[in-house]
Design a protein around this ligand. Structure first.
Ligand code: 4NP
Length: 154
């Protein structure tokens, strides 16, 4: 299965989601059956590593992020089975570009029963505490996403 995590800048939330999801897949011994990537609806940070605060939060928890930011591109809609966005603005932006692909595009929290009706808040303009909170939330949510997709498709 091919899974793409999408946020606004692709330097905070979606690279962290990608790193945590890969970590869970490895623990569950299914990583070879997945292609995983992340991107942003915007391209302002293309080519950059994740935000230094997100890198620090990740490494403090034993996760190394190596992703370089890139913008969502039309081929992604062909390559990926699941395009998982972080918030309602991301959802609106992706669906307005690709309205006929709505069946592939979901709020990430919609795949985690315990987190329905929540979003992953943008930590960019906040404090380190916000980055820690996003990490904890994504750690839980991406594990549920892994269980959901494994149960449904593998
Ligand atoms: P992300 O966070 O969407 O989680 O990567 C942001 C990163 C950059 C900006 C906004 C949000 N920005 O305005 O540059």
């Amino acid at each position: 299965m091919n899974v793409l995590f999408i946020c606004l800048g692709n330097i905070c939330r979606s690279p962290m989601a990608e790193g945590l999801f890969l970590h869970h897949l490895k623990q569950l011994n299914v990583s070879e059956q997945f292609l995983v990537d992340s991107c942003g609806t915007g391209g302002w940070h293309s080519g950059e590593m994740a935000d230094e605060r997100m890198l620090r939060t990740a490494s403090g928890n034993g996760i190394t992020l190596t992703h370089r930011a890139r913008q969502l591109r039309p081929e992604d809609l062909d390559v990926f089975d699941y395009l998982l966005v972080m918030d309602h603005q991301n959802l609106k932006d992706v669906l307005s570009l690709y309205p006929d692909q709505a069946h592939k595009v979901k709020l990430i929290t919609d795949l985690s029963p315990a987190h329905k009706n929540q979003v992953i808040p943008d930590p960019y303009f906040g404090t380190m505490k916000g980055f820690e909170e996003v990490y904890e939330l994504l750690n839980q949510v991406t594990l549920q996403v892994a269980h959901h997709i494994i149960k449904k498709h593998l």
